[in-house]
Design a protein around this ligand. Structure first.
Ligand code: SF4
Ligand code: SF4
Length: 409
């Protein structure tokens, strides 16, 4: 159940936004307000590790076609206290001279369950002023969910960064006391930003920093009128980043296909029998890497535990056990793969000998023919294999190919 401490607006009104009037051309700056719910700050670390483009270039306005980003982030900000919170109040009062994007890292929460206290808060006073909401002369904290619900309708886009904000994530695991949920659960299915967008979801625990940057850049280009609306899937994920399973691009997929599996952590083979869910998980970390093209779960020995998926973590637990369905697929791979592997091994050995070495029938150096010489069975097999390979075409060096090339027989 979604319960909120302030009413949830159904949609922002684009024409009411103060920055709309002068917006006749692409804006040269954009404000980003970064709020944290039930969060470990991993998404903040991920975004500072992005390289494509790097955060610092956006802050300096050095990325062509993208506006300069004015970032209000609780960890990275230079200001603190009242000076920092004044930026949020200016946004709510409509005093900004450019659009703003709202990013939430960490789960939204149900503050009706927090009694007289709060689960997560930022600043003191209330949404309008610092010197308010006092108890015994002490200003009380403002709940983060109040900021989120008040600012989301006026935002050009509301972006859920990381799995906690996109689906609820670890704070929403079974038994949690906070009513943790996603940003879209909090805002409701009718929510639209001031530019008409539902919540944009960038899952991952933590997400790949470049996935965050690329999505934000694509959305901003669209808002600028300089790019098409990026393609999102039916869960609001960037379709071009989350359309494939991580298994399809995994560096260990060849082992899976040949039915060779790791027995324990640290082995180099496919990790499905030690708990990898990659074949059914939509994630791009295996081809993109974690930071600057490097790292990423299976690349560094970690089985996929499905952290980008809405069912994470409960539907993937316990993480130390293999997925029940993998028993069928890995058994089929073992049966199929053991035959395929042997056939490939025969071909590989043959292809590892040069044509010259074959003709001479002996080593050209001390390194050649480390493998046993071809047996009569090998030779017979390759004879028929080549017949099939060059069926309907000319084998290099054969009479037919010399004739086609006009060479003397
Ligand atoms: S390690 Fe996981 S993702 Fe990679 S091939 Fe094996 S099952 Fe697929
Ligand atoms: S491979 Fe799996 S565990 Fe790793 S980031 Fe992707 S979804 Fe998460």
């Amino acid at each position: 159940m979604v319960t909120a401490t302030v009413p949830v607006p159904t949609a922002g009104k684009l024409q009411d936004q103060p920055w709309m009037a002068p917006l006749k051309k692409p804006f040269d700056k954009i404000y980003v307000f970064w709020l944290a719910g039930m969060s470990c700050d991993g998404c903040s670390i991920a975004v500072t590790g992005a390289t494509n483009p790097p955060l610092e270039k956006l802050l300096l306005g050095h990325v062509p076609a993208l506006p300069k980003v004015i970032l209000h982030h609780p960890v990275l900000a230079i200001e603190s206290g009242a000076a920092y919170m004044e930026n949020f109040r200016r946004a709510l009062r409509g005093e900004l001279d450019a659009p703003y994007v709202l990013c939430l890292e960490g789960s939204a929460v149900d503050e009706t369950l927090s009694g007289d206290g709060y689960w997560v808060a930022l600043g003191v006073g209330n949404l309008e002023e610092e010197d308010a909401n006092m108890i015994d002369g002490v200003r009380q904290p403002v709940r983060v969910m109040d900021w989120v619900q008040a600012m989301a309708p006026g935002a050009a886009a509301a972006i859920a960064v990381g799995t906690c904000a996109t689906w609820g994530g670890i704070p929403s695991a079974y038994g949690n006391p906070t009513g943790a949920m996603s940003l879209q659960d909090l805002l409701g299915k009718d929510y639209r930003s001031a530019f008409g967008l539902p919540v944009v979801n960038i899952p991952g625990c933590s997400p790949v920093g470049d996935n965050i940057m690329e999505t934000v850049a694509a959305v901003v280009l669209f808002l600028q009128g300089l790019g098409p609306l990026p393609e999102f899937d039916d869960l609001g994920r960037p379709a071009w980043l989350f359309g494939e399973t991580v298994h399809r691009h995994c560096v260990r997929a060849g082992y899976y296909e040949e039915g060779v599996f790791a027995k324990t952590y640290g082995d180099k083979e496919c990790l499905v029998e030690v708990g990898c869910w990659g074949p059914v998980v939509q994630c791009n970390i295996s081809e993109r890497g974690a930071i600057n093209g490097l790292g990423g779960c299976m690349n560094t020995g970690g089985p996929c535990i499905g952290c980008t998926m809405p069912g994470f973590p409960d539907k993937f637990s316990p993480f130390y056990k293999s997925a029940p369905g993998s028993l069928f697929s890995s058994t089929a791979s073992k049966v199929n793969g053991s035959a395929i592997r042997r056939l490939r091994d025969m071909s590989r050995k043959n292809l590892n000998r040069s044509v010259i070495a074959d003709r001479r029938g002996k080593a050209s150096s001390g390194w050649v023919f480390a493998e046993p010489k071809p047996t009569p069975v090998d030779k017979a097999t390759h004879y028929f294999y080549e017949k099939w390979q060059f069926w309907g075409t000319a084998k290099p060096g054969s009479r037919k190919s010399n004739k086609v090339a006009g060479r003397k027989q």
